[in-house]
Design a protein around this ligand. Sequence first.
Ligand code: FES
Ligand SMILES: [Fe+2]
Length: 285
Amino acid sequence: MSLTLYLADWFRRLSPFTGTTLPHVATYTRELPVSMARMYENAIDGDHLPWLHRETFTDMTISESDNTGWRGQGYLQPRSFTTWMELELRLDRENHRWITTTTRGLGKGSQVITHAIPLAENRIKVVVDFYVPKLPKALHKMYGKQLVDTYTRLYDQDLEMMRTRQRALDIAASAQPDSNPARIVLGNRTGLDSQLPLQFELAGRPYRLVRIGDKLVAHASTCPHRLGPLQDAKVVDGQVECPWHGYRFNVISGECTSGQHGQLPLAPVISIDNDEVVASSEENV
Ligand code: FES
Ligand SMILES: [Fe+2]
């Protein structure tokens, strides 16, 4: 957030003026190639804010959440005592909309009302209206531009997340474990290290081969929480961290090590056969 905007927000919050209506300062619209189901899921998922949108939010804790919304407290980037805020989102499925209110801190009293309009099975349009109380008319344009720029970035990231999740759901729905080979040669033992980490598929499911110490290990490259992508996650201390909500998993045991419930799906067993590295489904070993 720019210094000018921050000062404008304080000026607004300290202003004695109280209007009866919330001034509308900007609208952001965008067509998105996703279903309403993916969009609603994204809206009521407050936990992704400090992970997927880490350049915008930090140290955000979701203190309440259910299938109608959430309430969370945290900071806008860059973190300082001046950028703390509390947000609340309420989903109104009947009217295809959700309202995000800043209930405390920076931006207090502001509301963002998003309408989602279904255009086709996997295509929607969002119309996002920004309302900021007590903001002088002269500042609407500057304030509105900052909000639209921020939401453009947030929706770029949300779109990537929703499309990746839809692809993962489609793969899971169409995977035919018995109709594909349950054994695959990944390469020659001597040349393989230069290709690590190596992504591969077995029985239609994505995995990744990594080296942990002197062992070659395969792990599922889809997160069991909401099917987030693990194929590019760095392996640190034998663990991978999902970029969507920060769940961490032990690559060898699959166990969730960040305190939530969850376990990586069973991965293929890696063995050496005639100097070749082979991945096999557990039941066939
Ligand atoms: S999808 Fe949520 S932590 Fe991976
Ligand atoms: Fe988001």
